[in-house]
Design a protein around this ligand. Structure first.
Ligand SMILES: Cc1ncc(C[n+]2csc(CCOP(=O)(O)OP(=O)(O)O)c2C)c(N)n1
Ligand code: SF4
Ligand SMILES: [Mg+2]
Length: 337
């Protein structure tokens, strides 16, 4: 009973890892998968569940992290895992959290903290399942974490453009041609900023990148401990979809942050905290030019100077927002004058 009291509004007490040497060695996502060489999303799964620990249920919507991890009679998941429909990570998280709570309340299950994590890709989460995720983030009485692994395409079905695909990228939906060089003309959706701004009772929204593994695991731990529904958006370099040598995955993750394209932050109870190199940028450190990131990837190989300049200008604009890199609002200074 003491346990129930301690964990009234949190799934587990998970202290942050104080440095890489303090990270636990047990793996709950191990061998048995067949993701591509250099797949950062597979690393995200491994770090996510390592941070969560053994008392965890993982729910996964359709996509690479479902298909490549569930070959018949072979799975890397050491913890209970269940597939859910492509747009259903939000519903699966909420339903499972509510089910566990009801069973514990009725005494049909031992009352103990159990982590509920639902993951989704950018197609499943930022596009198709956005409504269900939004609904889940309003149910503050149920504890769960929704983790969006963003490889910036519908990768599993052969790299179709999603709302999270960067401007100009070559996908199977947007192949550059002679008549038209830039086929994907939409700017990437700001999913984490949108969910943080629109769900005032969701206590925790964060962005992560597996290139910064300890920081990432500690954000997962915080999300699972704080209570209520939480959301984490992870940017995951994908060698197949982004068209680069698999050995560059880690470096590309770092460059996305250093160029200011994907800021690392958390919004806890409405307060924004920047992390690592993003914090340095906010404090005045110059951002690396976006070309250093873009030109390492085949999906941008057709870019000419004009395209690089457009991309750079759009990223520069993110850093003029009222809350830089997080929410795309600016004050109307003319109205003031
Ligand atoms: C309702 C529905 N529509 C289409 C599909 C086909 N489908 C399976 S995986 C997938 C891609 C999902 O993309 P994303 O969520 O970004 O995950 P990724 O494959 O990139 O890991 C699609 C379109 C499906 N399973 N269900
Ligand atoms: S296509 Fe991309 S996300 Fe999918 S398994 Fe390969 S590297 Fe990972
Ligand atoms: Mg995807």
């Amino acid at each position: 009973m003491a346990e129930t009291t301690t964990f009234t509004n949190a799934t587990q007490v998970l202290q942050p890892f104080k440095g890489v040497k303090k990270v636990t060695i047990e793996e709950y996502f191990s061998s048995g998968h067949r993701t591509c060489q250099g797949c950062e999303s597979a690393l995200v799964m491994k770090l996510m569940v390592k941070a969560a620990g053994p008392r965890t249920i993982v729910l996964g919507s359709t996509g690479c992290m479902y298909v490549a991890n569930t070959t018949y009679y072979s799975t890397p998941w050491v913890v209970p895992w269940m597939h859910t429909q492509l747009g259903s990570s939000g519903s699966a998280a909420l339903g499972t959290a509510a089910g566990l709570k009801a069973l514990m309340k009725k005494g049909k299950m031992k009352a103990e903290p159990i982590n509920v994590i639902a993951f989704c890709g950018d197609g499943g989460g930022a596009d198709m399942g956005l409504g269900a995720i939004s609904a889940t983030l309003t149910h503050k009485e149920y504890n769960s974490l929704i983790l969006l692994y963003d490889n910036e395409s519908y990768a599993n079905t052969d790299i179709q453009a999603s709302g999270s695909t960067p401007y100009g990228a070559h996908t199977t939906f947007s192949p550059p041609g002679k008549a038209r060089r830039i086929m994907h003309t939409r700017w990437k959706k700001n999913t984490a900023g949108m969910l943080a701004a629109g769900h005032p009772e969701c206590r925790y929204v964060a962005t992560v990148c597996a290139s910064y593994a300890v920081e990432m695991m500690n954000k997962v731990r915080k999300a699972l401990s704080i209570g209520g529904p939480t959301f984490i958006h992870s940017l995951d370099p994908c060698p197949k979809g982004w068209d680069y040598d698999p050995m560059l995955s880690h470096e590309l993750g770092e460059l996305a942050i250093e160029c200011g394209i994907f800021p690392l932050y958390e919004v806890e109870d409405g307060v924004v905290k920047y992390y690592g190199k993003t914090k340095a940028i906010v404090d005045g450190r110059p951002r690396k030019p976006v070309r250093e990131y873009l030109l390492k990837q085949g999906r941008f190989a057709h870019f000419i100077e004009e395209d690089l300049a457009y991309f750079q200008a759009k990223v520069d604009e993110m850093w003029t927002w009222e809350i830089p890199g997080v929410v795309s609002f600016r004050k109307d200074l003319k109205a003031k004058a």
